[in-house]
Design a protein around this ligand. Structure first.
Ligand code: ADP
Ligand code: MG
Length: 398
């Protein structure tokens, strides 16, 4: 059985025309001898009738504080609607298809509503369908607890569903269909002349995703890497070859950009820089921050102060904590973390100094930096983000 998982994102299922294009990709797979397993996201974006944000706003218009459990039940409906519509589109073209909720597809999670972790995948129901030549169409982004509670996997979670099923079904590959031709050297909405990367390693795409490139969920990349499932990012609306994500050695065999130091650039907006003016951490504040599930980043420890960044979403929670322990602090809001990623920057001297020069030549002040063996990040003012990315993209000749 040659299973091919095909995931279609929100814009790919948004209109009749796009769904027909998506269905033609499924038919194509069948004609090539694959057994497709389809995973769909919710239909459209905020404002569209069946989109997730539309539902959230509707519920919030009645009461802003929706319990997390009920929120997950509500959000899961959007992908379920999408799976039925997609199934019916396939049936209308003469194919046998069957819609599955995440739970029915066997995705078992813990009860961390809104951001549930996977416990296991029981793929026997999907396998039964595949064995009967029925195309399963699975509602992405959701699972079920052992007690039967509906859960969701967090924003972008349909990517996770697709890769999990790919791993469990021992698929030949997982194709992620979206609205761009593949993984590009930068977000094409920011850099209009960004280039498609034909091949990229799991590790680099993980870093890009982790540093804000929303084209694929970082957790999905991790799972694909764990299961050694090839991931392919493609455009629903074109016939482009897309990007193949594989092991590093495969990715750089005979590849056209193997001489380039930097693979891509990504950014994370809405970061806040925090400075704690204190010498010793008498209150174990970093432990308290972790207990409150506030994730911190770009950490620098000095004798008289501690500097780090958080997401704007966590600012209120953090401020309450710092005030409770009477810690003197200052904040800098509206920051953005711009990161360059490339497996080949490790051990190459002068990359950081080049970045510093490029940004300073463009009048962009750097508030903080961090580097690991394949990623260099700079914290800057958010209103300079696009300028910084374009300048770095130019200078590193991506
Ligand atoms: P989907 O709804 O199909 O999951 P997403 O909106 O989650 O689609 O992801 C696709 C978007 O990711 C693109 O429209 C693009 O603007 C953005 N993006 C950010 N960084 C990159 C990148 N490096 N390569 C390609 N797309 C990127
Ligand atoms: Mg997405």
């Amino acid at each position: 059985m040659n299973i091919l998982v095909q995931k279609f994102g929100g814009t790919s299922v948004a209109t009749n025309e796009r769904r027909n294009m998506a269905v033609s990709k499924v038919i194509n797979a069948i004609e090539q001898g694959y057994s497709p397993v389809v995973v769909v996201s919710a239909i459209g974006r905020n404002g569209d009738p069946y989109a997730t944000d539309t539902m959230i706003n509707f519920a919030k218009s009645i009461n802003n504080d929706i319990p997390k459990r009920e929120m997950d039940i509500l959000m899961s409906c959007c992908e379920i609607i999408s799976s039925v519509i997609f199934t019916n589109t396939l049936i209308s073209k003469g194919y046998k298809a069957k819609a599955f909720t995440g739970g029915q597809a066997g995705i078992i999670t813990n009860s961390n509503f809104g951001n549930a972790d996977i416990i296991r995948v029981e793929s026997n129901h999907l396998m039964d369908a595949v064995n009967q030549n029925i195309i399963p169409v699975v509602a992405g982004f959701q699972g079920i607890t052992v007690d039967g509670e509906i859960t969701t996997l967090g924003r972008g979670g349909s990517d996770i569903s697709a890769v999990l099923l790919g791993e469990a079904l021992k698929a030949y590959a997982v194709e992620i269909y979206t609205d761009v031709d593949g993984i590009m050297t930068a977000d094409p909405r920011i850099v209009s002349n960004a280039n498609i990367l034909k091949k990229i390693s799991y590790n680099e795409v993980f870093q890009l995703a982790e540093q804000g490139a929303k084209v694929i969920h970082p957790r999905a990349v991790e799972i694909a890497m764990r299961g050694n499932v090839p991931l392919i990012i493609k455009n629903t609306m074109t016939d482009s070859q897309g990007t193949i994500i594989t092991q590093y050695n495969d990715a750089y065999n005979n590849i056209y950009n193997a001489d380039k130091l930097v693979t891509g650039i990504a950014n994370l907006n809405n970061r806040v820089q925090i400075v704690l003016n204190m010498a010793n951490d008498e209150n174990n504040i970093f432990e308290k921050i972790a207990e409150n599930k506030i994730s911190i980043d770009l950490i620098n420890i000095f004798p008289d102060k501690k500097v780090f960044t958080i997401s704007e979403q966590d600012l209120q929670k953090l401020e309450e904590l710092l005030e409770k322990y009477k810690i003197d602090y200052t904040i800098k809001e509206n920051c953005s973390k711009v990161s360059i990623v490339g497996n080949r920057i490790r051990g190459v001297p002068g990359v950081m100094s080049k970045i510093i020069k490029i940004l300073s030549d463009n009048d962009i002040e750097i508030y903080q930096t961090a580097d690991s063996y394949d990623t260099i990040s700079c914290l800057i003012s958010q209103d300079k983000t696009e300028k910084a990315i374009r300048a770095l993209h130019d200078e590193f000749k991506l």
